[in-house]
Design a protein around this ligand. Structure first.
Ligand SMILES: Nc1ncnc2c1ncn2[C@@H]1O[C@H](COP(=O)(O)OP(=O)(O)OP(=O)(O)O)[C@@H](O)[C@H]1O
Ligand SMILES: [Mg+2]
Length: 362
């Protein structure tokens, strides 16, 4: 169950390129500016219709071209599922799954669970709750099948509630109270799904992953639901403040899933390399859980893996990756910089060299 074929047209600096990756480990090698990150970005785009680098979709389209296109074939048991996605200059996305036009990007994410780690990921991840909440919800989304519907409904209610807090129509307090019933019900459901997922996550992490490096000694997880106590009372006591702010300040949209080491915040105490290693461990735990629960192989994209990591840390990354069944796409400037990783991995490896947006075959 992996991507068996990938082709790109007019994506960033890549005019046309196609390749058949290994189901295990793919190394994307090339000089600065050759197109390595673009190649990973294209796989990410194929998996969920967005870029991990930018919200400005036009940046993905090769200069002076009308649209960028990415095709892939996903092997699922005996089935080969063709997937195609394109984005044009007007921002229209066209998606085809098994030859059928589809409008559901979420369907795509179900077929191709993907995670990405870039040299900047750890700053975003440990810098504020937003990325951690996204990470948590991605896991819940794949593992708890009813979560997406609840999450979507909650966001609709939150939007309505915030609009009332912002515009303050004459009977807004009554209207807010009307929405609060659903708000509370959906919030509690989200909280239950998240807690169930975190408990599986902790079980897997401490059982299988935590022992890989002493850097993880003393690690604990911390979950903040986004409110404390009875939500109905919290909403009531916060109403005046929320009316001033113009938005709902408590609820599952403010949740956090964070990590402490011997009681200290990890971002305050760990070095950059150690934080990167922790992020690898967390993402690999998540991918393995998704695979275990859904019987789907997921994809892990790692951009510029060796950057800032000493050979000792690279060996720890290798031990983590040895525990990871995802289809891996790893970019680096040279294969030498990946030696400590590759040496330890017994995986089927394919190497792809990128030069000026083209693949060079040896
Ligand atoms: N929309 C676009 N159209 C054409 N070229 C683009 C577009 N967007 C980016 N580029 C160019 O694509 C090239 C490849 O960029 P990319 O970020 O993929 O390189 P890279 O191999 O990851 O380099 P590095 O090792 O420095 O990270 C760069 O020269 C960049 O200027
Ligand atoms: Mg790059």
């Amino acid at each position: 169950m992996s991507l068996t074929h990938i082709s790109l047209n007019d994506f960033r600096n890549i005019k046309a390129l196609s390749f058949s990756p290994s189901k295990d480990l793919n190394l994307i090698l090339g000089q600065n500016g050759s197109g390595k990150t673009s190649l990973l970005e294209a796989i990410y785009f194929l998996s969920n219709g967005r870029s991990f680098r930018t919200n400005k979709y036009k940046m993905m389209i090769r200069s002076d071209q009308d649209k960028c296109v990415v095709h892939g074939k996903k092997q699922l048991h005996n089935l080969s599922i063709p997937i195609g996605i394109s984005k044009n200059q007007s921002g229209e996305t066209q998606l085809r799954i098994q030859g059928q036009a589809s409008r559901k990007i979420a369907e795509l994410a179900q077929i191709l669970p993907v995670q990405v780690i870039t040299p900047e990921s750890y700053e975003l991840f440990f810098g504020g709750p937003k990325e951690r909440r996204k990470f948590l919800d991605l896991g819940v989304f794949h593992v708890e099948h009813l979560f997406y519907e609840v999450w979507k409904n909650f966001n609709k209610v939150l939007k309505q509630r915030n609009a009332l807090l912002r515009t303050k129509p004459t009977n807004c307090v009554e209207q807010i109270k009307f929405w609060d019933k659903q708000f509370i019900d959906l919030s509690e459901q989200i909280n239950i799904y998240r807690k169930a997922y975190i408990s599986r996550f902790e079980g897997y992490f401490f059982d299988k992953i935590g022992g890989i490096s002493s850097v993880f000694d003393g690690l604990e997880t911390r979950y903040d639901a986004g409110w404390k106590g009875e939500l109905s009372e919290v909403l009531q006591s916060q109403l005046e403040r929320d009316l001033k702010l113009g938005y709902t300040s408590r609820g599952p949209h403010k949740a956090d899933f964070n990590f402490k080491i011997h009681g200290h915040s990890v971002e305050g105490i760990m070095s950059r390399g150690q934080l990167k290693l922790l992020l690898y461990a967390l993402k690999i735990t998540q991918n393995n859980l998704i695979e275990q629960e859904t019987d789907k192989q997921s994809i892990l994209l790692i951009d510029d893996l060796p950057s800032e990591l000493s050979s000792e840390t690279l060996e720890c990354v290798a031990r983590l990756l040895a525990n990871c069944n995802s289809q891996l796409f790893i970019s680096a400037i040279s294969s030498e910089s990946l030696t400590p990783v590759v040496e330890l991995l017994e995986k089927d490896i394919e190497m792809f060299h990128v030069e000026h947006g083209r693949l060079i075959t040896n």
